[in-house]
Write a protein that binds this ligand. Structure first.
Ligand code: PLP
Ligand code: ZN
Length: 557
């Protein structure tokens, strides 16, 4: 059997020693950010020896820093499903969008992995009381696992976390301290408290357990993608996605993910590293600002303003430096979205794909929408987005009247016709669209668009199957929007547009064109100024998976 030596390693000065004691800093240079390293005297044995393992993140135990498996505190965390997005991906024009469903962990977020490993580590080192600072989900997950391990927990959180989450934390018997201030201040209070009581303080991203736990997300993603797409191009058994997207607060998730992909490459399991989509809240986005300004370190946000407490890290520290380097080396993006954009995305995702997430995750979706709109993501790329939480702590707020019907009329840019998904096209027109006429000769395509529009809250949808019928219908119904196919028998889309635009009463109705072919310059010119946006039909109906979806799932609605 292969023997595995686990070292504690300082990336700053390259000091290493066997992992036989807890260190708060490097004994050589004093650096507080430390890593784990694994040295094997034989093959790792993956994926063969994983087959008989239990269905939790602990099946990857060779690359986790626990010495004695008897110390593992587990509730079946990890091995969450990788869900293919159906309607949302169709709407965005993405062919391979997957949601890593961390909602299905014991406390509903990917922090369950961190809690399981961190609390197991505490047990291994004989610790029975612990202090942790958190923006919410770490405190919930640690509380559950600490309760199970008989460890007393002190959690320090910011006061903006939803009261439902606070009750959940205290339910497990945790001593909860609310700090009115920024998250960085809460961390400082926690640190002083731990020092004064002589208690260990969870070291988060600087310590070993947190990063190592996040690796299991990447192991699972790579393994599951190989089940879907087969091995990598050069024969490695598993697959690296093109993108890993997550809303980022302290940056632990993506830092751990990248460490895992490095290790998988080192052990011949995958090829290449993913691009990172790091999404932050516009009211607290130190990484986005620093990256845009080309700064190697991120200055703190002095006055964080987001209602999404989960992502309210005002001082990102070393995580930014690591993620910045990864984005520079492998590609990726730092994107911010507003709270309101996140709340809107939350509803879109729930209504299109039946997936309810917490606002921090909705923020990642809204970042994804932007990345698609700005063509940062290619329609053919494999995209994995980490989803967590449940919607209910903020439901009232999100579904309140003030947020459902705000109107944002973006003037259409008529010079170039944007190519984008149906969602983006709708948003560019007006979110208050109540009545749409779809003019499309392919009934399958027409049905899929109907479904997407319904999910987006459009209540009246009429379908015409050629241009002449479409014109008659538009004159009769006076819709708010026309969705138009170009290639149709008799009166085609171009002719339809000519007639519509010469009809004074209806020339103002916005038109979204759906086309299956690449347009010539001449054709583009004819459309320019006439239509709101242009949709690539291939992204809607030519894809095999979507064709199946249309045939099997939608039937004859
Ligand atoms: C913790 C958390 C984040 C932020 O994660 P980091 O990797 O620490 O930046 C985002 N979303 C959810 C749901 C979380 O629980
Ligand atoms: Zn060092």
């Amino acid at each position: 059997m292969t023997h595995i030596q686990i070292n504690i390693y300082c990336p700053h000065c390259k000091y290493a020693e066997p992992f036989t004691r807890m260190l708060a800093s490097c004994p050589n240079c004093g650096e507080t950010y430390l890593d784990a390293q694994y040295h094997l005297d034989g093959p790792l044995g993956w994926p063969e020896n994983l087959r008989s393992r239990p269905n939790s993140m602990w099946r990857y135990r060779e690359l986790l820093p626990i010495h004695d498996t008897a110390n593992i505190v587990s509730m079946g965390e990890g091995m969450t499903p990788l869900i293919h997005s159906e309607n949302l991906s169709a709407m965005l024009g993405l062919k391979h969008l997957y949601l890593k469903d961390e909602r299905q962990g014991p406390t509903g977020s990917f922090k369950d992995r961190q809690a399981s490993l961190a609390i197991s580590t505490m047990r291994e080192w004989g610790i029975n009381e612990l202090v942790v600072a958190s923006t919410g989900n770490v405190a919930i997950a640690y509380s559950a696992y600490a309760a199970r391990a008989g460890i007393k927990l002190w959690a320090f959180t910011i006061s903006s976390i939803p009261p439902e989450k606070m009750r959940e934390i205290t339910l497990y018997g945790t001593e909860l301290v609310k700090v009115t201030g920024t998250y960085d201040q809460a961390k400082q209070v926690a640190s002083r408290f731990a020092a004064s009581k002589g208690l260990p303080l969870d070291r988060g991203i600087k310590g070993i357990a947190a990063k190592e736990s996040m690796k299991t997300l990447a192991f699972e993603i790579a393994e599951e993608l190989s089940n879907i797409y087969g091995p990598s191009r050069h024969g490695s058994p598993w697959r690296t996605p093109d993108w890993y997207i997550q809303s980022v607060s302290g940056g632990l998730g993506p830092v751990g993910i990248m460490k895992a992909f490095r290790e998988m490459e080192q052990f011949g399991l995958t090829e290449g590293l993913p691009k990172l989509g790091n999404i932050q809240a516009a009211g607290c986005d130190p990484m986005v600002r620093a990256f845009a300004a080309g700064q190697p370190t991120a200055p703190p946000i002095l006055d964080p303003k987001t209602r999404i407490a989960t992502v309210a890290t005002d001082v990102p520290g070393i995580a930014y430096e690591l993620l910045r380097q990864d984005v520079l080396d492998y590609g990726g993006a730092f994107i911010s979205s507003t709270d309101d954009e996140a709340y809107r995305a939350l509803k879109t995702v729930a209504q299109l794909d039946g997936i309810s997430v917490e606002p921090a995750t909705a923020l990642a979706f809204s970042g994804l929408f932007k990345m698609v709109r700005e063509k940062i993501i290619d329609p053919d790329e494999i995209v994995v987005l980490n989803i967590s939480g449940h919607t209910f702590p903020v439901e009232k707020h999100i579904l309140g009247n003030d947020l459902t019907r705000d109107v944002d009329l973006t003037p259409a840019a008529h010079m170039a016709i944007p190519r984008e998904g149906l969602l983006a096209a709708l948003e560019a027109v007006d979110r208050r669209i109540g009545c749409v006429v779809i003019i499309e000769d392919d009934p399958n395509a027409s049905q899929l668009m109907t479904r997407i529009l319904k999910a987006h809250g459009v209540s009246e949808i009429y379908r015409a199957y050629d241009g002449q019928a479409g014109l008659d219908m538009v004159r009769q119904i006076e819709p708010d929007l026309i969705v138009l196919d170009l290639m149709m028998p008799n009166v085609d889309g171009f002719e339809f547009l000519d007639q519509l635009k010469s009809d004074k009463q209806h020339s103002h109705v916005p038109v979204v064109v759906v086309t299956a072919k690449d347009l010539t310059t001449d054709e583009r010119q004819r459309l320019s100024g006439q239509v709101q946006s242009l949709l690539q039909k291939g992204s809607l109906i030519n894809d095999d998976m979507l064709q199946d979806l249309i045939n099997e799932k939608l039937g004859d609605r």
